[in-house]
Each structure stands twice: as C-alpha cells, then as structure tokens.
Ligand binder design. Structure first.
Ligand code: PLP
Length: 448
C-alpha cells in the first residue's frame, strides 16, 4: 500500500462517528480529515507519511520539540516505579521536586506551586486562591473579578466568565459567574498595525481599571486576570507601559494581579515568563502546556509566598486550608515529565535560544507585509500573527483556506477567525523559520 492509499484508507476505514472533537468544525473536519500519526523534533508525520513543520508547537505547548527521549524515559521509569499516588493528605517526592523546578524559573517570590491538569483548571484555581486569600485576611467582600475582552482563560465557568471571547460565552450566557467586569482589549490597527514587538500606543487603556474600581469600589474587587500576551485571539501584544500600569493600579487598590501565562510561560517570549520579560511581577501566575512539554496533562498556579502564607495560616494547623485540588494534581507521570522538561530547558538554554531567534522570526514574519489580504502583522519572542482581511460575508474562510494550503505544503500554523498564528517549538532553526514563512507567502498568493 503506498502512502496516499494508506492515508485514504485510514481516513475512510476509521470510524469517526464516536469522537466529538473539541473546538472543531466536526462536520467539515470529518468530511476532509487531517490526520497526524507521528511527531519528532520540529515535524509531524501525517497519515499519508508527509512531513509537516509544526509552526505552532502543537497548541503553543511543545516548546522543546516533539518526542524528547529524556521525557519519555523519565515517564516510563516513573510509571514502572509508581503509576499513581494520591495528593490529598499524602505526597510523593517528585511532586515536591517538580514544584521546586517550576519555582526556580518563576519571578522572585512567586515560588509556591499548586498543581492542576489543564490551563482551564489553573485559571479556576488562581481565581479561587485569590478569593480565599482576601477572605483569609478579613476582606471577604472582595469578590468581584476583572478579566479582559478577547482574553482566553480556558473553558471552565470561571475561565469563560473572566474571558472575553463572545463565541465561548454565548451559549452559556445565563450561567456565567456573576460579579465580573472586563477591561478593553489592547489591539488597535488604526494606531498600531504592523508594530514590531510592543506597540508604542495604548498604555492609557490600563486606565480603564481605575474607572471600574471607581464604579464598584476597591473593597469589592478581588483580582484582575489578563494574559500578558493574548494568544488564542490572535497574538495581542501589550502596549509599552500597559502591564506596569495595571500592576500599579492593582497595588494601589489592594487588588491581586493574575497573569495567565499558560502560553507565555516557559520560554515562548525568550524569557522564562512574560512577567520576567516585561519586568512586571503579578501576584499569581497560571501555567500549563510547556510546563512538561505537553507530554502529559499538567498545569500549575505559582503564588506569592504572601498569598500562600495568608491562606495556609488562616485556620487550625490540623485543618485543610484550601478546599480545592484534583485527583491528578501532581500526577507522578506528569511530575516526572515536568522535571525532565525543565532540565531540558536549562541544559539546552531554550529560553535564551528563543530570545536569540526572535529578531530572525520578526524579520521573517514581517516580510509578509504587502502580500495579498495582509492587514496586520504582530510579534514578540517566538510568537506572531498575520491578520487577513475577511472575505465579504464569510469571516474566517480566508484564513482557513490559507491554513489548508500551508498544511498541504508542509507547514502547520494555527488559525483563529481570519488570523494565522505562529509559535514554533523553541528548537526551530533559522532555515525552518524561512520555510514556514515562504510557505505562508505561497499560500496567501494562491487563495482568493
Ligand atoms: N489560558 C490561556 C492563556 C490559554 O491559552 C489556554 C489554552 O490555550 C488556557 C488558559 C486553557 O488551557 P487548557 O486548554 O489546557 O484548559
């Protein structure tokens, strides 16, 4: 059987009816499936044995590249030794070791690590920790949460409530958690199209927080949550000075600042965290994805010692302080993968590598300026987006077609609406960066 017939028979023989695919146009996909069967380094292998460059690190998560032997071996060894252990009122050494590894790359002071299993769970955990903290310090009226338009904070009820994606909220509108306000998003093509790195325009958008505080009074507000760089809605880079201003306003009013670093954590921007890169330290950071190279579901919240100690010291020493946790918090296999992954990041200097490659990535993505339909290009670190003019009456169709063209020609980007997003593994080579964007150029020239 040759490769193409194998692929065809795979997708025609496969019974695709049972699997209800997440965030997928199920009918469209199943009519024309795109099957991946292998992954190594920078490449996926499709069911018809084509090599495809992973230009999006899976879903912004495989930062050390695919199929890393060190991670596989660590997980295997751990599974042979102990497959599972409860984390409630019990512990296992590598859970503590994994927490220390994560803490080591967090901003100073944010070294208390709570483990969960997905970005969505990390977000809900962070929101609950913020509420628990205020309650523990006797300010239980602080219950309101502030998110941001175009924010993606996962799909739990907490996450979609503080998140700002209309489609994610629409069907659940009546069930969103109450007491949530939203800051405006920071993307403005009129003032900041084709910015390289942080736009100069837009710091003042953080002042909206003062307006919300004036409306509700600070004594009612628990926390603000933002992605330092919004990923899923198309790579929205924070304007210069914006995050610091949010920090200052939060500090002034005793409001906790949460950075959702599920995408930006672990090197994506050329530093361990966006917090480090921007020099702005929040009170809580949510982490997931690249925490263990996406090899096993795992996420975490990094909390400041102050928040941790306040909650921990709030009751009797023999009482559970935070009634929260998951069956798989610090799962041994995920923890083993986390330790091995963090060791790879350090040994190979991958965060620094991302910083070194960022100018090359910036030049390559901005070389698409002037190509058909391109109305904005934005980038930071190894994260970038190309926004296209939407086709009349068919929003999203153009980016989908460009995405398909790229995939057929050996490159896998992300697409959202009419935006193509790029976030290659941090092991990407300069030649591969060129290949990614020359394929995108060809794709843009070939669509209507
Ligand atoms: N927060 C951010 C910033 C994300 O980008 C994502 C996922 O892309 C999430 C939360 C949710 O993560 P998960 O899909 O693992 O629940």
């Amino acid at each position: 059987m040759n490769a193409i017939t194998e692929h065809m028979s795979l997708s025609t023989e496969l019974d695709m009816s049972n699997y209800w695919m997440p965030f997928t146009a199920n009918r469209q996909y199943k009519a024309q499936p795109r099957l991946l069967k292998g992954a190594k380094g920078m490449y996926y292998t499709t069911a018809d044995d084509r090599k495809v460059i992973d230009a999006s690190a899976g879903l912004w998560c495989v930062n050390a590249g695919h199929g890393r032997d060190e991670i596989i071996e660590a997980v295997h060894k751990q599974m042979m030794e102990m497959d599972y252990a409860p984390s409630f009122q019990m512990g296992h050494p590598i859970a503590f070791e994994a927490a220390s590894k994560v803490a080591a790359v967090m901003p100073a002071g944010l070294d208390r690590i709570f483990f969960a299993n997905s970005g969505s769970e990390a977000v809900d955990t962070a929101l609950k920790i913020a509420l628990a903290y205020h309650r523990a310090r006797g300010e239980g009226t602080r219950t309101r949460l502030i998110g941001r338009e175009r924010g993606y904070n996962g799909v739990g009820f907490g996450g979609i409530s503080v998140g700002g994606i209309p489609a994610n909220r629409k069907a659940f509108s009546a069930n969103l958690i109450p007491g949530v306000d939203h800051l405006p998003h920071t993307l403005n093509l009129e003032h900041a199209a084709f910015s390289k790195g942080q736009p100069a325009w837009g710091e003042h958008l953080a002042d909206e927080l003062e307006r919300i505080v004036a409306l509700h009074d600070a004594s009612n507000i628990a926390a603000v949550i933002v992605e330092p760089v919004a990923g899923s809605t198309g790579v929205l880079i924070p304007p210069q000075g914006y995050l610091q201003k949010l920090r200052d306003i939060c500090t002034k009013h005793g409001i906790l600042l949460i950075f959702d670093e599920v995408i930006t954590g672990f090197g994506r921007l050329g530093a361990a965290t966006a917090s480090e890169l921007f020099g702005v330290t929040p009170d809580l950071i949510t982490l997931a994805k690249a925490i263990n190279n996406a090899s096993i579901p795992m996420s975490a919240v990094a909390a400041s010692q102050k928040i941790h100690d306040t909650v921990i010291n709030s009751g009797a020493a023999n009482s559970i302080e935070l009634f929260h946790g998951y069956t798989y918090s610090a799962h041994p296999a995920a923890a083993a993968a986390c330790i091995a992954t963090q060791d790879i990041y350090q040994r190979e200097g991958l965060f620094g590598r991302a910083a070194l490659l960022a100018p090359k990535f910036e030049a390559a993505i901005h070389s698409l300026r002037g190509e058909p339909f391109v109305k904005d290009i934005r980038n930071l670190g190894l994260m970038g987006a190309v926004e296209l003019d939407s086709r009349e009456g068919a929003p999203g169709a153009r980016a989908y077609e460009a995405f398909l063209k790229c995939f057929e020609n050996g490159v896998l980007p992300r697409f959202t609406g009419d935006i193509l997003a790029f976030s290659p593994p941090l092991i990407v080579s300069e030649a591969q960066i060129d290949e990614i964007f020359s394929t995108v150029r060809m794709a843009l020239r070939s669509i209507k």
